[in-house]
Design a protein around this ligand. Sequence first.
Ligand SMILES: *Cc1c(COP(=O)(O)O)cnc(C)c1O
Length: 379
Amino acid sequence: MYSQFVEFVRDTYQTKDFIPLHAPIFAGNEKRYVLDAIESTYVSSVGNYVDELERMFAEFVGAKYAIATVNGTSALHIALLLSGVEVNNEVITQPLTFVATCNAINYCGAQPVFIDVDRNTMGLSPVKLQAWLEEFSEIKGGQCVNKVSGRVIRACVPMHTFGHPAEIDGLKAVCERFCIALVEDAAESLGSLFRGQHTGTFGALAAFSFNGNKIITSGGGGMIVTNDEALARRAKHITTTAKVQHKWEYMHDQIGFNYRMPNLNAALGCAQLEQLPVFLERKRELAEKYKEFFSKSDISFVLEGEGCKANYWLNTLILPDRATRDKFLELTNENGVMTRPAWVLMSRLHMFADCLAGDLSDALWLEERLVNIPSSVVI
Ligand SMILES: *Cc1c(COP(=O)(O)O)cnc(C)c1O
């Protein structure tokens, strides 16, 4: 099985060299745009490519506004601040996520609260979210208050794991009922749709990432998305040192952040975004091949859910148990085909070990069995 898999991946990528989990592809206008940015001298926080990337991105995801940032973590940080997250608030998220989600919550001075994921979507479970809120929270003066800690539960951050949409309409309904702001961590789900609507457009604010391993990259970069004009204006303001617009005067009206994406990165990002539709097609073809390959085995290949369109950013397997998973990881990595287990659950990291949590049985189940396999676009 392992050797057949290694063969299959080598065949697919047509190489005897090391095969990484996800490598970017620069087959479009990358060099032209980056060179153009350099020649224009606008390589930093001002420039046409930043405006163009924001415009193209908003159009692609079907949101009114998009605000480029220096990375996905900073986009999440600002999305949380603009959702009203304050020091000593609580923010609900899933334990199965990349550490950036919890770091951003922490940057606001807030505490993560961990609620379980669904086994099939790998995203936050609306059923478990609702059950936990019913048991442990109450609405006081229009705010959701944790009856155990006494803290306000301000926001909820589901994550669309590996590009598979979480059950976002269910989550949205629960958040609305409990007066909690919905902030989607859509860092992994550019190109993923839930019932035809792009992930990251369900709550008031969402964050995307263009890190080097994501479906498209700007070297480093992120994007805040919103349909609310006032929030968009505040997002732009606070990510650009809160400088008041003036021809020569330097005036700042609050503590701001230097989170603006440099034009040089935006140039790369524009060229990448142009190719996204092709990347999505190719990734779907690759997922089909994997699906076919694993159909004859006791390993299950994670498919997009009903009514969902996944971007298949990182293809995912569920192995029968931990022992089989460890064997699979060992034999594939030993043979130069990179595979990777799930992140260690956030609830088990020492920084977040004291945070409140509900029953996390499905996240623990997935943590033992899940493996990501090579997913770069095949050229
Ligand atoms: C990539 C990623 C981010 C943002 O990461 P940056 O490296 O800061 O762009 C946030 N959340 C998740 C789940 C991610 O995968």
